[in-house]
Design a protein around this ligand. Structure first.
Ligand code: ADE
Length: 250
């Protein structure tokens, strides 16, 4: 997958792209990450990328020309914005989720524009971006951390990026539930013991225990997820016993 990021702060991506699974993914040519400085697409002496909002108001707005020019110059002539998702990171966007990460991971190419200041000129929203994504209901001072969140969640779903395909399959959210508790050695640490079932070697029972823990943990921390999770009758009864009023009446 090729990912192009347009930003006013390219340095923020230096460590991000040269550490951990990301570095390996790039070395193994599973991912190509290109960082473009929006300022390089200005033509005035001061490389101005923002301006006052029409109609007044606080803050500055990102100008459309450098961003349009940057996207158009990195797109191959035969590509058009319909085929390559052009994602704008903005608190106005659709809320990012594991489902959206899976959807984006299907693409061979992504372009991500990091928004800044009070926002970007509306013509970028309407005529350039094909998707707008928010990573949560809070306001960041820039879209770069949001772009990193999206890129991280998407690239780890690309086959071969993680050491073992299994590790993404069991993640929190991949089955609509939070992940079960994980333990490693030692079996006893400061009097806290690893649950005996995990030491039993009985894989069937371990899988059952893990599933139950996932369901209970989700009920406790993110009950709203349970309405969409695929629970069997026994599991619904188990949750109902522990947590009343969790399930919405149909
Ligand atoms: N830019 C500022 N806040 C943001 C958010 N919550 N998600 C994505 N981009 C943003």
């Amino acid at each position: 997958m090729r990912i192009d990021i347009l930003t006013l702060f390219p340095k923020m991506f230096t460590d991000f792209s040269s550490t951990g699974i990301f570095q390996r993914a790039i070395e193994n040519k599973l991912v190509e990450l290109n960082i473009y400085n929006i300022r390089d697409y200005t033509h005035d002496k001061h490389h101005i990328v923002d301006d006052y909002p029409y109609g007044g108001g606080a803050g500055m707005v990102m100008k459309p020309e450098p961003i349009f020019e940057a996207v158009e110059s990195i797109m191959q002539p035969e590509e058009n914005s319909k085929k390559v998702p052009v994602i704008l990171t903005t608190p106005r966007g659709r809320l990012f989720s594991q489902e959206i990460a899976k959807e984006l991971a299907q693409n061979e190419r992504l372009i991500i524009i990091c928004g800044h200041y009070e926002g970007v000129d509306e013509r970028i929203h309407r005529n350039l971006a094909t998707d707008e994504i928010s990573i949560g209901d809070y306001v960041l001072s820039g879209g770069e951390p949001a772009a990193m969140v999206i890129v991280d969640a998407v690239t780890r779903l690309i086959p071969g990026v993680l050491g073992s395909e299994e590790s993404a399959k069991d993640d929190s959210h991949s089955a609509g539930l939070l992940e079960y508790p994980q333990y490693t050695r030692p079996a006893v640490f400061r009097d806290w013991e690893v649950p005996e079932i995990l030491l039993s070697g009985n894989h069937g029972e371990i899988a059952k225990w893990r599933r139950e823990q996932s369901v209970l943990r989700t009920a406790e921390r993110r009950p709203e997820l349970l309405n969409r999770a695929d629970l069997n009758k026994k599991e619904i009864e188990m949750v109902k016993e522990k947590y009343e009023n969790l399930f919405k009446e149909e």
